[in-house]
Structures are given as structure tokens and as C-alpha cells.
Design a binder for this molecule. Structure first.
Ligand SMILES: [Zn+2]
Length: 301
């Protein structure tokens, strides 16, 4: 996971608005696309062309105003593969109207998938991973996303596989089948020839939301949680008024959901120094970290 921006509202203090790039088996998924996103992608040498999917959590400007610029740049770069864009109702219209009035036809097809407000759904499901939406409590329809790797295959130990077994046994061993000698019928149990599968990992992205303790159940045990922490807890009233969370809220969610690590983001422009937010969260959940632009995190099981 690479952080491209983690500020709220407006760029400030050298920080950009929400945007993240998630690499799953070399497939790149962009999560939100704040203003300046394409500059950040360039700055951190991301392979823009390889972005297959863009997820937009909601239509507040700080989460998607970078999208149009990125779409035009991909067009100029002669992108030809389809781009899948998931977002709230209205996003496709916003994009189409800009293409219409600039008389532009993009080189590549866009497949729009609009989710239904207030309804959680599996929006991506392939053999490697799935993505589910999770309803945020915000002023306009807003979703978070839960990324889950599918169960992985067993790992054959090459030096333990007898010579009489051909290379075609690898697939069977990965699938958990025992090895049987074709003539003698000798059976070698799978667990003597393979290591157990690597654990599947998960990541929850919480976009703008009022603190919603009931959501903890839905993200129980995820390896990494990104949770907005727009304010510190002394501004709780302001957070509630604007349907945002505090650093303390984020930490309480991480603690209740027993996640591996918590990443704080969506910082208000009133905070130049973010360490007080980090300290506030760490008092409740020690494995808290600040989302820092340019940093890449390997998600551990
Ligand atoms: Zn918002």
C-alpha cells in the first residue's frame, strides 16, 4: 500500500488529499483520487498505466477532484486497456459531462460500476482477492472498502518430491492432494511434501465517517485498518457536526476490531504537526501510525 495523500479538505503543509495505491500481485488499484493525485503518482514513480481499477469512496472534492486529470493523462499516454471505476451514483455523469464539453473520446474504455448508497456489496470477486463495500456515516453517500486475499495454495517443497513424480504433480500438491505412485500405489501424504499456504491478508479503508462502533464487527481482525482521524478529541463536537472522526475514535475502532495495525489519515489542515494525533491514538491502540505520503507499507499477516 502506497500513500499518495492523507490530508482532508485542501492541500496544506506539503500534504495532499486522500489517495492511495494498493498493489495486489502487481495489479494496481487506486483508492480515492484527490486533487494532485497524478502528480503524486509521477513523483513516487508509480506505473500509472498499470492501474486497472479506481475506487472512489464519495463525491466530496478532496476524494475525487484529481480523477479527471488522471483520466486525460492516461488518454494522452495512449492507454488501451479498460479501466474499471467504482463509485457512488453520479460519478459516471460527472465524468461524461466533462468529456462531452471538451469533445473528447478517450483511447481506452471505462467501465463504470456505481454502488447503491447504503447497501453493502461484494464489488470485486476474482480468484486472488475480493473487495467489499462498507457503509460509512457521512454527510453524503460514502463507502469504505475491505480488501481480502482469497485462501492461498499449499507450497510444494521441491527437494522432497521423489524423482519418479513428474512436474505435473505440482498443481495437485498445491491443491492439497496426496502423491500416489502410478505403479506401486505408494502414497505420500501431502503434508510431507508441502508447506502450509501463506496466510491471506486483509485491508480495510475507512473513508470519511462519523465514529461508528457497530462497524468493528465487520472488520474484525483485518491486518491493516486505515481510519480517518480528521480531528483530535478536544474537537469532538466539530467532528460530530461534520460527520468525521477523531484520532481517539480511530484507535477505539482499531482496538474493538482487534486489527493488526492502524493507519491514521484525512488530517485537518489545522494540524501542521501530526504527532499529537499519533500520541492520542497510541494511548488507546499502540500499533497506530500516521499515513505519510510516499511511504509504502507491506501488509503483514
Ligand atoms: Zn467527505
Amino acid at each position: 500500500l502506497q500513500i499518495l495523500g492523507a490530508n482532508s479538505a485542501a492541500p496544506a503543509h506539503g500534504r495532499n488529499q486522500t489517495s492511495q495505491l494498493l498493489n495486489i500481485n502487481e495489479e494496481l488499484i487506486l483508492i480515492d483520487c484527490g486533487e494532485g493525485c497524478q502528480l503524486q503518482l509521477r513523483k513516487y514513480k508509480a506505473h500509472m498505466q498499470r492501474i486497472s481499477t479506481i475506487l472512489i469512496s464519495h463525491l466530496h472534492g478532496d476524494h475525487y477532484l484529481g480523477l479527471m486529470g488522471l483520466l486525460f493523462t492516461l488518454h494522452l499516454q495512449k492507454k488501451s486497456d479498460p479501466l474499471h471505476i467504482y463509485g457512488p451514483p453520479g460519478l459516471a455523469e460527472v465524468i461524461r459531462i466533462q468529456l462531452k464539453y471538451s469533445n473528447s473520446v478517450l483511447h481506452y474504455p471505462i467501465e463504470f460500476i456505481e454502488w447503491e448508497p447504503g447497501t453493502e456489496a461484494m464489488i470485486i470477486d476474482n480468484p486472488i482477492y475480493s473487495v467489499r463495500t462498507i457503509v460509512m456515516k457521512h454527510r453524503i453517500p460514502c463507502m469504505g472498502f475491505i480488501f481480502s486475499e482469497k485462501p492461498k495454495k499449499r507450497r510444494p517443497i521441491e527437494k522432497k518430491i521423489p524423482l519418479w513424480a513428474g512436474s505435473s504433480v505440482f498443481k495437485d500438491l498445491k491443491d492439497g492432494l496426496d502423491l500416489i505412485h502410478p505403479e506401486t500405489g505408494e502414497l505420500i501424504p501431502n503434508n510431507e511434501l508441502t508447506f502450509p499456504p501463506k496466510k491471506s491478508r486483509s485491508y480495510a479503508f475507512f473513508s470519511d465517517t462519523l465514529y461508528s462502533p457497530e462497524l468493528a464487527e465487520k472488520i474484525k481482525g483485518v491486518n491493516l485498518l486505515y481510519h480517518e482521524a480528521t480531528f483530535m478529541d478536544d474537537l469532538r463536537d466539530r467532528a460530530v457536526q461534520t460527520f468525521h472522526s477523531t484520532a481517539k475514535d480511530a484507535a477505539m475502532m482499531a482496538s474493538a476490531a482487534q486489527v493488526g495495525k492502524l493507519l491514521l489519515g484525512h488530517f485537518s489542515i489545522r494540524y501542521r504537526d501530526l504527532n499529537p494525533l499519533l500520541q492520542e491514538a497510541r494511548q488507546i491502540f499502540p500499533e497506530s501510525y500516521l499515513a505519510t505520503e510516499g511511504e509504502s507499507l507491506y501488509i503483514h499477516d
